[in-house]
Design a protein around this ligand. Structure first.
Ligand code: FES
Length: 100
């Protein structure tokens, strides 16, 4: 099973193949904003995937358009609700409040 390492919280969880980063956050109790409810209509679920970027589902055009409107976008940026996990990744959540 793929693992997700949350860098700032120093926590790792195993997830089922194909789970989104947003769902992984919910599973471990880490708050990730998701104003549109996970339908690629905002950019509040923006995350940085510092390791394992290629272990995610392809970046689709819709997601790319949304990321254009996000702050602090880098080459490692994805939307947590759109990026599906297919292998080990390490993520950092910009502007998040951590564990809730
Ligand atoms: S929650 Fe709105 S785009 Fe991900």
């Amino acid at each position: 099973m793929p693992t997700v390492y949350f860098e700032e919280e120093d926590k790792t969880i195993e997830v089922a193949d194909g789970v989104s980063i947003l769902d992984a956050c919910n599973e471990i109790g880490i708050h990730l904003d998701h104003a549109c409810g996970g339908v690629c209509a905002c950019s509040t679920c923006h995350v940085w995937v510092n390791k394992g970027f290629d272990n995610l589902s392809e970046l689709e055009e819709d997601e790319e358009d949304r990321l254009d409107g996000a702050q602090n976008v880098t080459m490692k940026s994805r939307l947590g609700c759109q990026a599906l996990i297919h292998g080990d990744i390490s993520v950092k959540l910009p502007n998040q409040k951590g564990l809730h």
